[in-house]
Ligand binder design. Structure first.
Ligand code: KPL
Length: 294
């Protein structure tokens, strides 16, 4: 049985795509154990009615997929990991950086892996999940035990029919995604606009070059190979153009009144700067402004 912790759009996408009867959601404490039902609109074909059971407390999953928000992950896992066998890998799907390292540091002997995905999923209504864009998922180990389970974990996730690949340097992939999110998400939340609209806005045009400069320095200081600030900007703008009509996850969180993941995106970069002695005024300014949004 594959257990999914976090029943947001990404968790529900994997639940709908993985083989039926082999997947269950991990219940939050004191939750009723009725199954979770929703409509699923795939990329092609008719809408499907999905019904996913909650994992009984007595059952141990063979794989735990974690799709909680970055800020909720450690606390949510503290409820679950103590009863998880050391042979059941944990795969973390969080945005940004920081939360994954905390999990790996908390359970260093457990098989902990991180995933990054470009699959698009959204929830225009609470009981409807839309698979909005086909993407790719990369999975790699964060702890030594995670390596042992990498091939098996990729094979289990690939039973969804989604494209899933093993990655030997997952940190580098997480950094690439972090850069895109750091250059798009706070601007869309602050300016309250879809991804493509930031590109012509004076606020974005004023800050994107110094932001890319900061990110480039941080990337190098943390041992990652980095492109030039100009190349980082090009990569950010290519994604903003390709997803021009999308509402970013940070703008969506803000519009829904949820806590954003800014602490794990530009906030992570600002904290990293403080650790390694690199000034990060633009990352700090974007973090502060997103936190002040109502
Ligand atoms: O990953 C994204 C997000 O919204 O978090 C981007 C790439 C910005 C697409 O919307």
């Amino acid at each position: 049985m594959i257990a999914i912790l976090g029943a947001g759009s990404m968790g529900r996408l994997w639940a709908a795509k993985l083989p039926a009867r082999q997947v269950a959601f991990v219940p939050r404490p004191e939750q009723s154990l009725e199954s979770l039902a929703y409509q699923f609109r795939p990329l092609k074909g008719p809408e499907l009615s999905i019904q996913i059971p909650w994992l009984p407390h007595t059952q141990s999953p063979s794989l735990l997929v974690v799709t909680t928000k970055a800020g909720d992950t450690l606390d949510a896992l503290k409820q679950v990991v103590p009863r998880l066998p050391e042979t059941s890998p944990i795969v973390l799907f969080q945005n940004g950086l920081g939360s994954q390292q905390r999990v790996a540091e908390t359970w260093p002997n457990h098989p902990v892996l991180a995933a990054t995905t470009t699959e698009g999923a959204n929830r225009p209504e609470s009981a409807l999940v839309v698979h909005a864009g086909q993407g790719e998922t990369w999975v790699g180990a964060l702890t030594p035990a995670g390596n042992t389970y990498l091939t098996e974990t990729v094979a289990k996730l690939a039973e969804s029919g989604l494209s899933v690949n093993a990655e030997t340097d997952i940190l580098s992939r997480l950094w690439q995604k972090l850069i895109i999110n750091a250059g798009i998400n706070p601007f869309t939340a602050i300016l309250d606009c879809p991804n493509g609209k930031i590109l012509t806005h004076p606020f974005y045009q004023q800050w994107i070059a110094p932001l890319c400069h900061e990110i480039c320095e941080l990337q190098t200081a943390s041992g990652q190979s980095s492109k030039s600030p100009e190349a980082l900007r090009e990569a950010i703008e290519a994604v903003a153009r390709n997803t021009a009509a999308n509402t970013s996850s940070m703008r969506a969180d803000r519009l829904a009144g949820r806590t954003t993941e800014i602490n794990f995106i530009n906030g992570y970069l600002a904290r990293l700067g403080a650790e390694v002695g690199i000034d990060t005024p633009v990352n700090q300014m974007l973090t502060d402004q997103v936190k002040q949004l109502k």
